[in-house]
Design a protein around this ligand. Structure first.
Ligand SMILES: [Zn+2]
Length: 192
């Protein structure tokens, strides 16, 4: 695991960040500002505000995703101890001295995250459809920024932190995505 740069406590979970995480959020803010400027026809100031708010929202969406895992983990009786942001994404952390758990408990913990984001994505969709500027339409900057943020929420929650989390992949620096964890323990369950 990369060394934490700083950490804080959030509802009993230790939330830590690597230096790469801070840089990643900065890159996300700039990329979102460029996209918002282009797609929602924003001037530089509102585009930069949209970019910074997008990075902040993504952080909150990932935190809520991890809160979903934390609730699911608590319900299994084997709670998470924290989460570590290694990029704009975080890894759930469990105690090192945890006993070997039944595959179905791992499955329940891994399933706790993505649903939160699918719901957030679906809730954002109508707002995005209503507020996002159409064609070359010029809206008041606050409305255009709100439209961008709703669309950003619909796409990042629905496709990245929601359905995207179910794509089985290996994470840089070790570990698996939720999809990778689900596949691993589903195979173990079938082999039992
Ligand atoms: Zn997850």
């Amino acid at each position: 695991m990369t060394k934490p740069l700083f950490a804080f406590n959030f509802v009993g979970l230790r939330v830590s960040f690597s230096a790469a995480a801070l840089i990643s959020f900065g890159v996300l803010a700039l990329a979102a500002a460029a996209l918002a400027g282009w797609l929602a026809h924003l001037r530089l100031g509102p585009a930069l505000a949209a970019g910074a708010l997008s990075a902040l929202l993504f952080f909150v969406f990932e935190l809520l995703h991890q809160a979903g895992h934390a609730v699911a983990a608590r319900l299994t009786g084997y709670p998470m101890r924290g989460l570590h942001f290694f990029s704009v994404f975080a890894r759930s952390l469990y105690p090192d001295d945890e006993p070997d758990l039944a595959p179905r408990l791992h499955l329940r913990r891994a399933l706790g995250g993505f649903g939160v984001n699918v719901v957030l994505g679906l809730l954002s969709w109508p707002l995005a459809a209503y507020l996002f500027p159409r064609g070359t339409e010029i809206l008041p900057p606050a409305v255009a920024v709100a439209g961008w943020l709703a669309a950003f929420s619909a796409v990042t929650n629905g496709l990245i932190l929601g359905l995207g989390a179910l794509v089985p992949l290996r994470l840089p620096g070790g570990g698996l995505t939720d999809g990778g964890t689900l596949l691993h323990y589903w195979r173990e369950l079938r082999a039992e």
